[in-house]
Design a protein around this ligand. Sequence first.
Ligand code: NAD
Length: 527
Amino acid sequence: MTATMTPAQATPGFALDPERVRTWAELVVCSREPEHFEVRTPMSGEVIATLPLSTPEDAERAVTAARSSQKRWAATTFEARRDILLRFHDLLLDGQSELLDLVQLESGKARSQAHEEVADTAIVARHYALTAEKTLRPRRRAGAYPVLTQSIESYLPKGVVGIVSPWNYPLSLAITDAIPALMAGNAVVLRPDMQGSLTALAVVHLLHEAGLPDGALEVVLGRGSTVGNAVLEHADYVCFTGSTATGRRIAQAAGERLVGCSMELGGKNSLYVAADADLDRAVPGAVRACFASAGQLCISTERVIVHEKVYDAFVPRFAAAAAALRMGSALTYGYDLGSLASAEQLEAVTRHVDDAVAKGATVLSGGRPRPDLGPFAYEATVLSGVTAEMACRNEETFGPVVSVYRVASDDEAVALANDTEYGLNASVWTRDVRRGRALAARIRTGTVNINEGYAAAWGSVAAPMGGMKASGIGRRHGDEGILRFTESQNVTAQRLLPIAPVFGMDDEKFAKTLTSALRALKASRRA
Ligand code: NAD
């Protein structure tokens, strides 16, 4: 395997270290003479590295190799796995500067938002390192006969977990599902998006530095529809993050093979500013919720719903704050809004805004590409007057485009929040947290943030996150986030007497005795 690179001139004075790139490329499962692909940075459009391509056959080989390493990995103690992840946590924080560069170079996002990925990965690593043993500890369960039947529920690894991750959070989404999968004793085969491959390889390299043995986590690189598909076709569990359209196809294939899957898919997330919201908090909070990572975040807000009592006070301040975001492409802190990730993203965002404007929407701020700031840069855009005929009303834009809606009551706000096929994330701004929780219970999304856009629920990794409706199946984070990578097993021992007639009893007597015992058991449980 070879890898070459050229300096990223978008960022004066910066160049990827060719030795580092070569080391990362060594991790790719591929043939001896592989084809290569170019990694371009959306910050300037330039090639920053070339990496080896795997084939679908390499992907199958990676799953086979992972399957044979898995048994050794599963035989390690929780303590050993915990130590690796805690070392990884520290290496990640210590080595964050290189990772931040890579995340920015591959995604185009602002550095502060790249840092969210580092923080998220550290939080997830610490959480599962410290909790996996307790969550997966075998548990005594009530047996069929008290005392005589002893039942233990335990959690066995699935085997090989196949992970396909997208480009928008190249660090977080490549590794934060792998972490609980590994803690549960699985081997992992990861196919990161091609525009995220450098970051994924760098973080896997860091895991190896932390002590992860060879074979526990294999990486293949290539197109999703070929190489990604081959990983998922052979894995014992399918873990996918991406669009709803692709997720449906992958879930169907997993269903055909009767293997488990979790699907983290799209969203059309709402944020409600209630009549009693603190606007000094709600304005900057809504701006973060809508425009972090240039809106290319599955849980970011695309619909802002405002109570009529505060509409006239909130909306102009919100539009002005969006217009005041510091746009720019540099590998330094100090910018709020980076670039979109690709020409396809720029095309999709432009199409949604142009369609809305052509059909009568009003642009309250933004609404233009900014080629002066980068080939795919686009302004933070706030629209009003968006109607059902406009693509951006119901379709996920996945960019820095948000529409505002006026409502007369909380009931109307809840109805509008739920008026979408998606159910990923929502946000409610109110001074009364109890009222916020009551509203949240009526909103059909996997996470609801009160007085925060997305980061509160996302960062609270002890609780699950994921999608209802067309936003997915299953959950990452929390106990569910690790239990999904296990098979529960019920091992029950029968002592002294069988579950059958004894002492010469006939079947009828046994049935009567059992019936009396069942009545007595119910009475004793209710007492
Ligand atoms: P996409 O579905 O087109 O692609 C996602 C990934 O899947 C890509 O890496 C792609 O190469 C790969 N892929 C495509 N076809 C495949 C196949 N047949 N088999 C295996 N892999 C395949 O989505 P996208 O547009 O690249 O990503 C953005 C979408 O992801 C948005 O809809 C966004 O909301 C969603 N997303 C969801 C979450 C979440 O946690 N819910 C997080 C991030 C992104």
